[in-house]
Structures are given as structure tokens and as C-alpha cells.
Design a protein around this ligand. Structure first.
Ligand code: ADP
Length: 538
């Protein structure tokens, strides 16, 4: 049968079959516990309220919010009535946020109370927004000049709990959109269709990917504004998993406490989050035995991090890869049955790579002379195709550089081994070109981070008259580490692992490394800091 796939139907399924299963949600003031029946009714009330406010098919519905149940309700209400969920990264600069809201032409904005000051500051620059809704537990709305401003809970109280999900959804119509966090240039918009989100949710449920199921207690740490918390709220709702939303400005302590208290089984986030949690686990005494999977992606997971989770805390750790343009799950690292026989070290090595392609997608790795050999050595750019891969940037001429002949060009340089396992060598723009050869900054970073004294390491290129570019390593040591760790210690540690010309020309020690709005190393800014160290006050 030709049945259109729709995002609203995922919540309808949960309402019917998992009405008792819970969403546990931390907001600024309260720890809420609601079940899918209540979430369903609240979502219907929200759709009717948005209808009253004039939101129509295709309109963009912006959110500026942390991970909590109200944000989850908008995840279903917006696409459920045919409009488009647009999650906005609250950590971007005000200029980027203005650009994104105007470019997407958001008609309504849902805003967490602590984000309101930011909107107060920029709202006169917003050209398309007709209504602002504040999400708060408080009865009184905060004092503000933003107009017209509505209270989320008041809108819901007046809404209709029996309002119907739209039945005339075309599965190829937009359900959501996200902007990439823009390491260079203006953010780029990516649109997700209903079909893409539903098929991606299926993929998250497969036994050999994330295997999300009813019995899971899922805590998305990755923000709901970062590629829809990697799509986990859609899949978890559909499958009836319990969801634990860690709320605004959470700390590693809160994460560790929630894991213990709510018996979290699966959680997802970027490596920085897991480094922080590891520190907390080292200091406290938490029971994390419920965890069956920590999903890690967004940037390369250092081998030392994977080992620490698995060997010290017995927590299974899965390395995955994707991008805003890929909804995002594209590859995940799991050992094949016959790879279980490898030595322990080989198994860790294998699992620190980004893994194999998720079923449903196609890939191609193209080097200077065409498609590369699957020999684990030849490097090329990863190209992807599939039903949850974007085919353009939203109203953006930069589409022409990334979407060519039906393939998305990821800008990631990889190798592929005989098993089809990919390893991200670098982003095209971060590869270091030295004497006509490429050096992978990621590989050196990971090697340095395997040193016991090192908390984080980031490697950048600096211009060099003779070699064109040379690597410099910026290292953050663990707190309280003895000060006998020097440049030489790190270089001695690295030298047996790399050819001589790969070794960084210098090791600089830093208090911290600048990070992007989604917790990735900001290499552009770090390069400036490195330059300043070499030529102060220039
Ligand atoms: P941005 O491009 O602004 O960082 P995205 O979240 O879309 O925003 O980032 C996608 C990129 O993140 C990928 O193209 C890749 O470079 C990097 N990435 C994602 N997952 C991994 C991973 N597991 N290992 C290495 N790099 C990764």
C-alpha cells in the first residue's frame, strides 16, 4: 500500500500503545513526569493553539530551547499539523541567530525563559516572526518588551486535547529543519522531510545500529537543537522508550545522578560531554550499571575515552558518524561477529573508527584518481546518498558545491578498510599539507589524548616557508597533574607511533581549547591563538 510516512503518526502510535510510559523532564524549576497519553493530549492542545494563532501548512515554527518535554511536544505538534519544526542553536552568536530566523522565515518562536533576554536583545531585527511563546513553569510571564508574547501553558490550557493530527501529509513535504553550526561563513539550512525522519527513526531501531526499543530509558544529552538530538526523540517516542530530558544548563553531576536515579540505558552526545562525565564518575560514586550504550559522535572519539568507559566503568561505548545534512546517523562502529576473535587491542582499534554504513544508505569514497581502494590506506572524500540524506541547502547557492550528481559531498576525508569500515582522517579544510604529503590532525590528536596526563589535545596547521604547513599540538593536561610533563614528554610518547615528519613542530600547553556551539574544537580560533603565542602584540 502507498501509505505516506508522517512524523505525527509516531506520537499517535505511542499514545495508543505506550500511554503509561514516561517522559521525565527537568525544567528550570521542576522535575516533571508525564506519560505518552498526557504528552499526546498536550501536543494536540498545542496544535490547536497554533492553528488559532494562524500557523498553516508549511509555516516554519522556530524553537530556542533546551532538552525538555515541552520541546518534545513541539517536535510532534509542528510537523503533526503540516508546519515545519525549526530547532535553533541557542549557543550561536546573536548575528547568526538573527540570520537563521530571518532566512528560515520563522512565523512563531517558542523560547525557554532563560533565552528570553537574548531575544529581547534581537527581536527588532526579526522580520517574519508574528508570535513569541515563552516556555516556563511560572504563572506570571516575565517583564519584557517582546510583543506579542504568549505563555505556553496558557495556550495549552485553552487548547483542544482532541485536535487531530493532519491526515493529508505528503511524506515528501518538510517536517523539520536545522542549520549547520557554521564553522565558516553563514549557517546553512537543511530541510528534513517526513519520510526522511521516519526512515531515520527505523534505522535507529535496528539491532546493529542503536537498537532503540521499548525497554530503553533514553537520555539525549546532545541538544534537541543539534540535528534533533540526533533523531533519538522521534525514534524513542515511536518505540515507546522512557525518555529522560536533562533540561537547561545541566552539569556532568546531574547527568551522572540521572543515569543512576532513572536507570538510563542509552544516552548520546559529543566527546566533550563524555570527557566531562568521566571526570565526574572518577570523583563520585555512581551506579551506572543500567547503561547499555553510550553513543558518541559529532567529532572523533579518542581511543582513550572509549577504553576508559569500557574498561574502568564497564559501559559499552559506540562511536557513530553523521552530519546535519545526514539527519544525522550515517555510520556506526560495531564489531562483526567474526571480529570478536580479534585481540583486545585490535577490537578497541576497530571500534575507535567510525564504523560501517547504516543499511539504507550508499557511499562512495573519491580520491584524486577516482574511487579509492578499500585498503585502509588510500584517502578520499566521503560521498553519501540515501533517503535521509539532504539533497540541497535551503535557498543557498552553496548547494552547488556540496550536492553534485545526486551525491552529498561531506567534506570529510576518510580511508576505508577491507571490511568497509571508514575512518575519518580529517575535515578537508583541517588536513595539514606538509612537503606535498597530507598529515591527519585527528590522528595525532587521538594519539596525544591516549597519554594519561592529557585531558584534551587539538592539532592545527601553521604556515611554514619550507614545508608549506606544519602541525602544532595544543594540549590541556588533567587538573592536578605534576608539572614535569613537557613538550619532550609528549614528543617521546608520540615518536614510536608516527613517521618523523608527522611529529608536531611544537607542543603548546593551554588551559582549555576553544569550542564551537556544539562542543567541537574551533580550529580556526585556535590557529589565531597559536599565532598570537608566536608573535605576541603584533
Ligand atoms: P558542523 O559542520 O557545523 O560541525 P555538524 O554537526 O553537521 O555541524 O557536523 C558534521 C561533521 O562533524 C562531519 O562532517 C564530520 O566532520 C564531523 N563528525 C561527526 N561525527 C564524527 C565522528 N564520529 N568522528 C569524526 N568526525 C565526526
Amino acid at each position: 500500500m502507498q501509505v505516506p510516512l508522517s512524523v505525527g503518526s509516531l506520537l499517535e502510535h505511542a499514545e495508543k500503545f505506550f500511554p503509561k510510559k514516561e517522559i521525565i523532564s527537568q525544567t528550570h524549576d521542576i522535575l516533571h513526569r508525564l506519560n505518552y497519553k498526557e504528552i499526546g493530549q498536550r501536543t494536540r492542545r498545542l496544535m490547536s493553539a497554533m492553528d488559532e494563532l494562524g500557523i498553516r501548512n508549511g509555516d516554519r515554527v522556530g524553537t530556542l530551547a533546551w532538552n525538555h518535554h515541552r520541546h518534545l511536544e513541539i517536535y510532534f505538534a509542528a510537523p503533526g499539523m503540516g508546519s515545519v519544526l525549526h530547532t535553533i542553536n541557542i549557543r550561536l552568536s546573536p548575528e547568526d541567530i538573527i540570520y537563521i530566523i530571518n532566512h528560515a522565515e520563522d512565523k512563531i518562536l517558542f523560547i525557554d525563559e532563560d533565552i528570553l533576554p537574548l531575544i529581547e536583545h534581537i527581536h527588532t531585527h526579526l522580520t517574519t516572526v508574528e508570535a513569541f511563546v515563552v516556555m516556563t513553569d511560572k504563572a506570571e510571564l516575565p517583564e519584557t518588551t517582546i510583543q506579542p508574547l504568549y505563555s505556553y501553558e496558557e495556550l495549552l490550557s485553552a487548547g483542544d486535547p482532541a485536535y487531530e493530527f493532519a491526515k493529508d501529509i505528503d511524506e515528501n513535504q518538510p517536517a523539520g529543519m536545522c542549520y549547520t553550526s557554521a564553522t565558516t561563513g553563514k549557517p546553512k539550512g537543511v530541510v528534513y522531510t517526513h519520510r526522511a525522519i521516519v526512515l531515520h527513526s527505523f534505522a535507529l531501531g535496528l539491532a546493529d545500529t542503536a537498537a532503540i526499543s521499548e525497554s530503553d530509558v533514553s537520555m539525549p544529552v546532545v541538544p534537541q537543537f543539534h540535528v534533533n538530538a540526533w533523531g533519538t526523540p522521534f525514534a524513542c517516542t515511536w518505540f515507546g522508550s522512557t525518555q529522560v530530558m536533562p533540561g537547561p544548563r545541566f552539569t556532568p553531576k546531574r547527568l551522572a545522578e540521572f543515569i543512576e536515579k532513572f536507570n538510563v540505558t542509552i544516552t548520546a552526545g559529543v566527546p566533550t560531554i563524555w570527557l566531562g562525565l568521566l571526570r565526574e564518575l572518577d570523583q563520585g560514586n555512581y551506579d551506572t550499571s543500567s547503561l547499555r550504550a553510550v553513543l558518541c559522535g559529532g567529532s572523533a572519539a579518542p581511543l582513550g575515552l572509549i577504553k576508559a568507559f569500557e574498561e574502568k566503568y564497564n559501559i559499552p561505548f559506540y562511536h557513530a558518524y553523521g552530519a546535519t545534512e545526514t539527519t544525522p546517523l550515517a555510520t556506526i562502529s560495531r564489531l562483526k561477529s567474526y571480529q570478536q576473535d580479534l585481540s583486545k587491542e585490535e577490537r578497541f582499534q576497530e571500534r575507535s573508527r567510525q564504523g560501517i554504513l547504516v543499511p539504507g544508505l550508499q557511499m562512495k569514497v573519491v580520491g584524486e584518481k577516482g574511487e579509492v581502494e578499500w585498503n585502509g590506506k588510500e584517502m578520499g572524500e566521503l560521498l553519501l546518498k540515501g533517503p535521509w540524506i539532504a539533497d540541497e541547502y535551503y535557498r543557498d547557492t552553496r548547494s552547488n558545491d556540496a550536492f553534485i550528481d545526486g551525491w552529498f559531498h561531506t567534506g570529510d576525508v576518510v580511508t576505508v578498510d577491507e571490511e568497509g569500515t571508514i575512518k575519518i582522517v580529517d575535515r578537508t579544510k583541517d588536513l595539514i599539507k606538509s612537503g606535498g604529503e597530507w598529515i591527519s590532525s585527528v590522528e595525532i590528536e587521538n594519539a596525544i589524548m591516549a597519554h594519561d596526563a592529557v585531558f584534551e589535545a587539538c592539532v592545527v596547521a601553521i604556515p611554514d616557508d619550507k614545508w608549506q604547513e606544519r602541525p602544532i599540538a595544543c594540549v590541556v593536561l588533567h587538573e592536578g597533574i605534576d608539572t614535569t610533563i613537557t613538550k619532550e614528554t609528549i614528543l617521546e610518547f608520540l615518536s614510536p607511533q608516527f613517521p618523523k615528519w608527522w611529529l608536531p613542530d611544537d607542543i603548546l600547553f593551554f588551559e582549555d581549547i576553544p569550542k564551537s556551539s556544539v562542543g567541537k574544537f574551533l580550529k580556526r580560533e585556535l590557529r589565531e591563538q597559536v599565532k598570537a603565542r608566536y608573535s605576541p602584540q603584533e
